[in-house]
Design a protein around this ligand. Structure first.
Ligand code: SF4
Length: 476
């Protein structure tokens, strides 16, 4: 969600006349902050401290801080770092250009934090990082009250976007060259509750299946409590919905789940995975796990390890519990000592890595279709490898054979997996082994963007020159 918001902030500033600064002395620096983990606070204030000498040397430099931490800390940011020019919240990203102008005009810091959303962020312009893959927000906020989580306090109650608006945005992305779309929400399977349709998420997936040119549909995140069979059926029966599911476990102990106010129990969680695998045996399931929640005993921790072993996650995002001020768990008495949390975290990591490696080994020798990445898709000189994502979202480094076609980011490649590691797979080439490249409209979109970034008008292939009017340089 944060990455997607950053794309909106970039698009918004660009449409207001700003440009990304290539050099190290921008006129504007924007921080889009996250407050989910404790480290984010420390990092922000540390970085703001480092910017003070720059600000003193160049008083025209503007610094803006937005996102969840700004929503949470509000005035504190200006108390700790009075050289910040603008503070804006999660609900009003759209006002950033106006606040920057006002701060400059009035020569004083501007804070604007709204308590609830007025304009759905998806109506703001966006500057997408990828030309062939895009995020589409279907809801913001969350109606749950997980006791460790700061999200409801900062993002507010769930607000659902109308299906017609979402599908129009997906179609516009596809027209612009995207072949992969990820539907985003804090809790995607409660989507529709606000407008009275509990089956809306399954319908949305099926409607995405009708969009011509859209090859891969993903979503994040569902919640085990509200994950219903109509969604499983829609996933299985809609060919462009990918066989991938991120299902946050958080803990395998029913006692801890109760204390976390997660309204499912481990048996229900495992039952969902069984039902998903019954209709999509190829589905890759990933998760989030927190260790060291207040009151977690060694026995509770062993329950988590047991559920991890049974769940066969292909990868797990593991977190050490940290107190988030403003959450109910931060006030619980039985906080665990740091060494206990660290020890459990290391033992959990060993188990999740072992399970992921075993799961990855199972697909060695099978054929996969990869979407070539641009972010990690650098050609490695020694191995001649590029990187792509399989349909189930696993990361695969694949070898381009000597003399073989080099795919563009956004193209599709068919290869056979030759080796597994805990965090990725490898597809090395040998004489006669499969290597097929399919050019896609995503690859075309990537080419177009490359040309445009060099100042070439890709529609007419004529140079438009590099001296475009620049109002102000900025780094985002
Ligand atoms: S469902 Fe997710 S976003 Fe909502 S309160 Fe729980 S952890 Fe936070």
């Amino acid at each position: 969600m944060n990455v997607h918001d950053s794309e909106r902030i970039s698009g918004l500033l660009e449409s207001a006349g700003y440009e990304l600064a290539a050099e190290a002395d921008p006129d504007v620096i924007v921080f889009n902050t996250c407050a989910v983990r404790e480290n984010a606070d420390n990092k922000l204030y540390g970085t703001l401290g480092m910017l003070l000498p720059k600000k003193e040397a160049n008083p025209k430099l503007q610094i803006a801080v937005g996102g969840c931490l700004a929503q949470k800390d509000q005035d504190t940011i200006l108390e700790k770092a009075p050289w910040v020019d603008v503070v804006f919240g999660t609900h009003n990203m759209g006002v950033l250009p106006a606040l920057l102008d006002r701060a400059k005009h009035n020569a004083e810091a501007q804070i604007e934090i709204l308590e609830s959303l007025d304009v759905f962020p998806s109506t703001l312009p966006s500057k997408r990082e990828s030309s062939f893959s895009g995020w589409v927000s279907i809801s913001v906020g969350c109606n749950n009250t997980c006791t460790f989580c700061i999200v409801p306090a900062l993002r507010g109650k769930e607000k659902d976007r109308r299906p017609g608006d979402i599908l129009a945005e997906v179609k516009a992305l596809v027209l612009d060259g995207a072949i992969e779309v990820t539907l985003l929400g804090q809790n995607v399977n409660t989507y529709g509750v606000e407008f009275g349709d509990r089956g809306a998420f399954a319908k949305l997936l099926r409607a995405c299946g009708e969009i011509e040119g859209l090859e891969r549909v993903r979503f994040t995140s569902p919640h085990p409590a509200a994950f219903t069979d109509d969604v499983i059926a829609a996933m299985a029966e809609t060919p462009n919905v990918m066989p991938q599911l991120h299902m946050p476990l958080q803990s395998g102990s029913d006692k801890v789940l109760k204390a976390m106010k997660r309204s499912y129990r481990s048996a229900k969680f495992l039952g969902i995975l069984d039902r998903v695998r019954a209709v999509m045996p190829e589905a890759a399931i990933t998760t989030d796990i927190i260790v060291g929640f207040p009151g977690e005993t060694e026995e509770d921790f062993q329950d988590t390890l047991e559920v991890v072993r049974k769940s066969r996650f292909v990868s797990s995002f593991t977190f050490q519990y940290s107190k988030r001020p403003g959450t109910p768990a931060a006030k619980m008495d039985d906080q665990l000592p740091k060494e206990v949390v660290q020890d459990r975290y290391e033992r959990l990591l060993a188990v999740v890595n072992e399970v992921s490696w075993e799961e990855n080994k199972l697909i060695v020798g099978t054929e996969v279709e990869l979407l070539v990445s641009s972010e990690t898709g650098r050609k490695d000189g020694k191995t001649n490898r590029l990187t792509g994502r399989a349909k189930d979202n696993r990361l695969v480094h694949f070898e381009v054979p000597e003399g073989g076609i080099v795919p563009r980011p956004g193209d599709a490649v068919r290869v056979v997996i030759t080796r597994a590691a805990p965090y990725f797979l490898v597809a090395d080439h040998s004489p006669g082994s499969l290597y097929e490249v399919r050019r896609t409209t995503g690859g075309d979109a990537h080419d177009r963007r490359q040309l445009e970034s060099c100042g070439v008008d890709s529609a007419s292939s004529t140079k438009v020159g590099l001296g475009l009017p620049i109002r102000v340089k900025s780094a985002i």
